[in-house]
Design a protein around this ligand. Structure first.
Ligand code: HEC
Ligand code: HEC
Length: 460
C-alpha cells in the first residue's frame, strides 16, 4: 500500500477512536458506528484538551485525628517486628506510592529478614474505596446469600465478554470482586493489618500476646493508654485490635494515600492538556477491539464524580508467567492459585476461580519497578509485551519444555487453564493474528500510564 494510503487509514482510525473516546466520556458506552463527533470536540481533542470536563469530588482533608496520629506512629514503628527492622513503611514506602522502593520481585521478612515473601508488594494508595469481597453483581439480591451460594451461582453462569464499550456485560458477570490483597482474603484495612504483623515472612510479630507486649513497651504506649484507657493492655486481643484500627484510620485520613492529583485527573477536569503521545495512548487504552485496557482498568469518573480508580475491582486469571526468582517456585508442585489458595483458604474448593487475582489500580503504576502478583516483570514495556504477545507469539512470553514445546500458562496447573481469560481483547487472538498494539502503540500507552502519577505540577 502506498505511504499516503496508510496515513489516511491511520487518520481515519484516529477519528473513529476519538469519536469512541468522546462518546464514552459524554454519554457512556454507545455502539461505535452511532458516534457522531462534534467538530469543536474533535478540535479540542486534537489540542490535547478534554472536550467534556468533569467535576471531580476528592476526599475532604482535615488534620489527622488522635487515633490516626497513633496509627501513623505504628505504621512507621519497626519495633513490632521480630527483626526489629521492619515497619509497615519498610515495604509500603511513602516515597514510592506506599509500594516497594526497589525492584525485587518480593520482600524478605522474618527474624533476620531472610524469609522471602511470595507476592509483590502492592501500593496502599486508593484502597479507601475498595469494596468488600463478593461474588457476582452488586445488587440487593446478592447481599442476602453467602459467599458459597454466590460461588455456586458463579460456577454455573456463562461468562460475558468484557470490552471497553460494553460495561454492562462485565457488570452481569458472576465473578469475584473486591477485598484486600491480591486474592481478596481480607475485607477491611483493620482486618488486613493483622496478617503482615503476624506473618512469618513479613513482620513475624509472634503471637497476639507478643505484639501486645511490644505495644505496651513502645514509646507511643502513653498515647495508646490515653485513647483507650490504661486497662487496654490487660487484654492483648483488645490492645491489638485497637492498634490495627488506628493504622486503618491513618490510611483513611492521611491525604497522601488518596490525593487524586495526577495529570490525568487534571485533564479530566479540563485543567491540563495531554501531549500527542499521551492522548494517543489514552485512545488506545480505551479501544475496545485492541488494547481494551479500560474495560478492566476503568478510567472514567463514577456517576457521583468520584475520580476513576483504574480498576473494576474484579478478579481475572491472566495466565501471567511463573517467576523463577521466587524461592517458593523451586518446588515444581507449588502454585500460587490466588483466590483458591494457598494463602487464602476459604475458597479452596471453588476451583473455577483458581488462578484469579484482583485487578490492581494503575494509579501511580509508572513509579513501580515490579509488576503483577508474582513480581515477574520489571518494566511497563515487559507488561505491555505480555498483553500484546501472550496469544499471538507465546514463545516470547513463556519458557520451553524439555521437548521444545512452549509451556504456555506455566504458572497454573493445566486443569485450571480453562479459567484463564481468552475472550476479552487483547486476549482474544491466536498465533498469526495481527498484534493488538504496535511498538509505537505500546510506547504511547506507557506515556498515558505516566499521566497517572500523583503530584503533577499544574502551571498557572
Ligand atoms: C515484608 C513486607 C511487608 C510488610 C512489612 C507489610 N506489608 Fe503489607 N503487604 C505486603 C505484601 C507482599 C502484600 C500482598 C500480599 C498478598 O496479596 O497476599 C501486602 C498487602 C497489604 C495490603 C493490601 C493491599 C491491597 O492492595 O489489597 C495492605 C492494606 C497492607 N499490606 C498494609 C500493611 C500494614 C498496615 C503493614 C504494617 C502493619 C504492612 N502492610 C506491612 C508486604 C508487606
Ligand atoms: C481482562 C481484564 C484486564 C485487561 C483487559 C487488562 N488488564 Fe491489566 N491487569 C488485570 C489483572 C487481573 C491484573 C493482575 C494480574 C496478576 O497479577 O496476575 C492486571 C495487572 C496489570 C498491571 C500490573 C500492575 C501492578 O501493580 O503490578 C499493569 C501495568 C496493567 N495491568 C496494565 C494494563 C494495560 C496497559 C492493559 C491494556 C493493554 C491492561 N492492563 C488490560 C486485568 C486486566
Amino acid at each position: 500500500m502506498p505511504r499516503h494510503a496508510w496515513r489516511l487509514l491511520a487518520i481515519g482510525s484516529a477519528v473513529v477512536l476519538a469519536a469512541a473516546a468522546i462518546g464514552a466520556i459524554a454519554h457512556g458506552p454507545v455502539p461505535l458506528h452511532s458516534w457522531a463527533i462534534h467538530p469543536i470536540a474533535s478540535f479540542m481533542l486534537a489540542r490535547g484538551e478534554n472536550p467534556y470536563p468533569a467535576r471531580l469530588v476528592r476526599p475532604s482533608t482535615a488534620p489527622l485525628s488522635a487515633m490516626a496520629e497513633l496509627g501513623r506512629l505504628i505504621f512507621f514503628d519497626p519495633g513490632l517486628s521480630s527483626s526489629g527492622r521492619l515497619a509497615c513503611a519498610s515495604c509500603h514506602s511513602p516515597e514510592h506510592a506506599y509500594g516497594p522502593s526497589g525492584a525485587a520481585s518480593v520482600m524478605a521478612g522474618g527474624p533476620v529478614l531472610s524469609r522471602q515473601g511470595v507476592r509483590a508488594v502492592p501500593s496502599l494508595m486508593y484502597l479507601e474505596r475498595q469494596p468488600n469481597f463478593s461474588i457476582g453483581p452488586d445488587d440487593a439480591e446478592n447481599e442476602t446469600v453467602d459467599l458459597f451460594q454466590q460461588a455456586a451461582r458463579g460456577r454455573d453462569a456463562p461468562r460475558a465478554q468484557k470490552t471497553a464499550t460494553d460495561s454492562k456485560a462485565s457488570a452481569a458477570n458472576l465473578v469475584p470482586q473486591g477485598g484486600l490483597f491480591w486474592d481478596g482474603r481480607a475485607d477491611t484495612l483493620q482486618q488486613q493489618a493483622l496478617l503482615p504483623l503476624l506473618s512469618p515472612f513479613e513482620m513475624d510479630g509472634g503471637g497476639i500476646e507478643t505484639v501486645a507486649a511490644k505495644l505496651q513497651r513502645a514509646s507511643h504506649a502513653p498515647r495508646f493508654a490515653q485513647l483507650f484507657g490504661s486497662k487496654v493492655f490487660d487484654t492483648p486481643q483488645l490492645a491489638l485490635a485497637e492498634a490495627l484500627f488506628a493504622v486503618a484510620r491513618y490510611q483513611i485520613e492521611e491525604p497522601s494515600f488518596h490525593p487524586y492529583t495526577s495529570k490525568y485527573d487534571y485533564w479530566l477536569e479540563g485543567r491540563a492538556r495531554l501531549s500527542p503521545a499521551e492522548l494517543r495512548g489514552y485512545l488506545l487504552f480505551n479501544d475496545p477491539v485492541k488494547a481494551n485496557c479500560g474495560e478492566c482498568h476503568v478510567d472514567t469518573p463514577t456517576a457521583d464524580g468520584l475520580p476513576p480508580l483504574f480498576t473494576d475491582h474484579q478478579f481475572e486469571s491472566l495466565g501471567v508467567p511463573r517467576n523463577p526468582a521466587l524461592t517458593a517456585n523451586n518446588d515444581p508442585a507449588y502454585y500460587d492459585l490466588g483466590i483458591c489458595g494457598p494463602l487464602r483458604t476459604d475458597m479452596a474448593q471453588q476451583t473455577q476461580y483458581c488462578g484469579m487475582f484482583r485487578t490492581p489500580s494503575l494509579r501511580n503504576v509508572a513509579t513501580r519497578r515490579v509488576f503483577f502478583h508474582n513480581g515477574v516483570y520489571r518494566s511497563l514495556e515487559q507488561v505491555l509485551d505480555f498483553y500484546d504477545f501472550r496469544d499471538i507469539e507465546p514463545e516470547r512470553i513463556y519458557p520451553r519444555r524439555a521437548d521444545g514445546t512452549i509451556d504456555k500458562f506455566d504458572d497454573l496447573p493445566p486443569r485450571y487453564h480453562a479459567n484463564i481469560d481468552v475472550t476479552d481483547p487483547p486476549f482474544d487472538r491466536k498465533p498469526g493474528d495481527a498484534p493488538a498494539m504496535s511498538a509505537a502503540d505500546e510506547r504511547d500507552i506507557i506515556a498515558f500510564l505516566q499521566t497517572l502519577t500523583d503530584c503533577y505540577q499544574l502551571d498557572r
